[in-house]
Design a binder for this molecule. Structure first.
Ligand SMILES: [Zn+2]
Length: 147
């Protein structure tokens, strides 16, 4: 059994799914047997993961003057920043597909050139990376991804 980190294209909900194989995942998707537990949409795909490899600390959010801490507003701002990061990663990063975990590991241990990569990883692979101290982040869906 393989565990995949999945994402709903419609509402952005992230969840895990178990499959017999990668082919099983494709088959279930093609037959619309996969559905988002939140909105029941069939636009379910493997979540794209990105490690924070070789990523310089980005701008710290600037706060000018008085700041009100409205939790909903903060969450929206954080989400906007994540989307910005995702856009940057997709534009400048190297897509490594299903080889993500392996490549992130090679970069981490200096066996490959340090660079920003993104690709697909299962929840199990991501846990393995995190346990080794390799940061991997789920990329949020982008508005332009939605049809
Ligand atoms: Zn959904």
């Amino acid at each position: 059994m393989i565990r995949y980190a999945l994402r709903c294209r419609d509402c952005g909900h992230g969840f895990d799914g178990w499959f017999r194989s990668s082919a099983d995942f494709e088959a279930q998707g093609a037959r619309k047997l996969l559905a988002c537990p939140v909105c029941e949409g069939h636009g379910v795909e493997k979540a794209l993961m990105s490690p924070a490899v070789a990523a310089a600390p980005e701008r710290v959010p600037r706060t000018g003057g008085a700041v009100t801490s409205a939790p909903a507003g903060e969450a929206a701002e954080l989400y906007r920043q994540l989307q910005e990061m995702a856009r940057k990663v997709r534009a400048e990063g190297h897509y490594v597909g299903a080889g993500f975990a392996e490549e992130a590991r090679r970069i981490h241990y200096g066996e490959a050139e340090g660079r920003q990569i993104f690709g697909e990883a299962s929840g199990q692979e991501v846990r393995g990376l995190l346990e080794e101290g390799i940061a991997a982040l789920p990329l949020p869906p982008l508005p332009e991804d939605k049809n």
